[in-house]
Write a protein that binds this ligand. Structure first.
Ligand SMILES: [Cu+2]
Length: 69
């Protein structure tokens, strides 16, 4: 298992958290998504390291912006 923390911009409430969690959770191999709303941090646990592109696309799909890993 691998855990990676990403910085996501634009999340403001619980709805944002669930949108991001759902989209990232849909990436193949993702087991868990933890969002720290106040810090804008998203920690993703997965079987294999994820490509930044896949995570970026999922965050984008949810309507937010990946600011960094
Ligand atoms: Cu929101």
């Amino acid at each position: 298992m691998v855990s990676t923390t990403y910085q996501v911009q634009g999340m403001t409430c619980g709805h944002c958290v669930s949108a991001v969690s759902t989209e990232i959770g849909a990436i193949e191999g993702v087991k868990d998504v933890q969002v720290d709303l106040a810090a804008g941090r998203v920690t993703v646990t997965s079987d294999q390291p994820l490509s930044d592109d896949a995570v970026r696309a999922a965050v984008d799909e949810a309507g937010y912006e990946l600011a960094g890993a």
